[in-house]
Write a protein of this length. Structure first.
Length: 259
């Protein structure tokens, strides 16, 4: 399908690997020029060079902490007029409700709620003036079904979801669409690290741990960054103009809910 976004400019945060990279590659395949961001310069530049080689689009890389004001300014300054924004950041660590301090919550809110809000506040006025824009926020399946040990993530991402619910409906009339993608388990470094942790604590081989996790997912497998990226690119396309303020699960059916 022709997505109709060739020549657009996109910022993709945390895009050196994993789901962010899947989104960057899918947008590049559609002809979108990229500003890619991550903290690690070497891995980021390697990912960008592969995209340049594979798709022939312009790719700028900004190695910076997107949760800092300096990092955001660097990314926004490099991008110029932004047509597409993909907000992404790693989730806070797991734990127990009794362990988290106020500082832990502030850090989680800053990374997973306030940073994407700041990025949206920076790019939405220009998008509205030009009459077109797309924002996709990568959140989590925990927005639909909270995960007890991810209380910090549950809280911050729920706050972002509330902000998007109101804001998306205020800007849609200007041709700007904001939606959220809610990933379940995908085959990324984060999942591999979790499997290794489970294996180390239980003594079970990695293969056994993985098979056990597959039984929890009706699709019987993890998602791939490529198929996640394809959904992101569709939401950024000319065909998605009537999708406003939605929370779209990509979890292989793991959350058992009618709505």
């Amino acid at each position: 399908m022709e997505l109709g976004i060739k020549g657009k400019t996109a910022i993709v945060c945390a895009s050196s690997k994993g789901l962010g990279l899947g989104c960057a590659r899918a947008l590049a395949e559609a002809g979108v020029n990229l500003v890619m961001n991550a903290r690690g310069a070497e891995v980021l530049e390697a990912a960008a060079e592969a995209i340049r080689k594979d798709f022939g689009v312009s790719v700028q890389t900004i190695a910076a902490d997107i949760t800092s004001e300096e990092g955001r300014n660097a990314v926004l300054g490099a991008a110029g007029d932004v047509d597409i924004l993909v907000n992404n950041a790693g989730g806070p660590p797991p734990g127990l409700w009794s362990d988290w301090s106020r500082d832990d919550f502030i850090k989680a809110l800053d990374a997973n709620m306030l940073t994407p809000i700041a990025m949206m506040q920076a790019v939405l006025p220009g998008m509205m003036n030009r009459g077109w824009g797309r924002v996709v926020n990568i959140t989590s399946q925990s927005v639909k079904a909270p995960i007890a040990v991810l209380g910090l993530s549950n809280s911050a991402r729920a706050g972002l979801t509330g902000f998007v619910a109101g804001t998306a409906r205020q800007v849609a009339g200007k041709g700007v669409n904001i939606n959220n993608l809610l990933p379940g388990a995908h085959d990324t470094d984060r999942i591999k690290g979790l499997e290794q942790s489970i294996s180390a604590s239980t003594g079970a081989p990695i293969e056994e741990v993985r098979k056990g996790r597959f039984t929890e997912i009706p699709a019987g497998r993890y998602g791939s960054p490529d198929e996640f990226g394809a959904m992101c690119a569709f939401l950024c396309s000319q065909h998605a103009g009537f999708i406003v303020g939605q929370n779209i699960l990509l979890d292989g059916g793991q959350i058992n809910a009618t709505l």
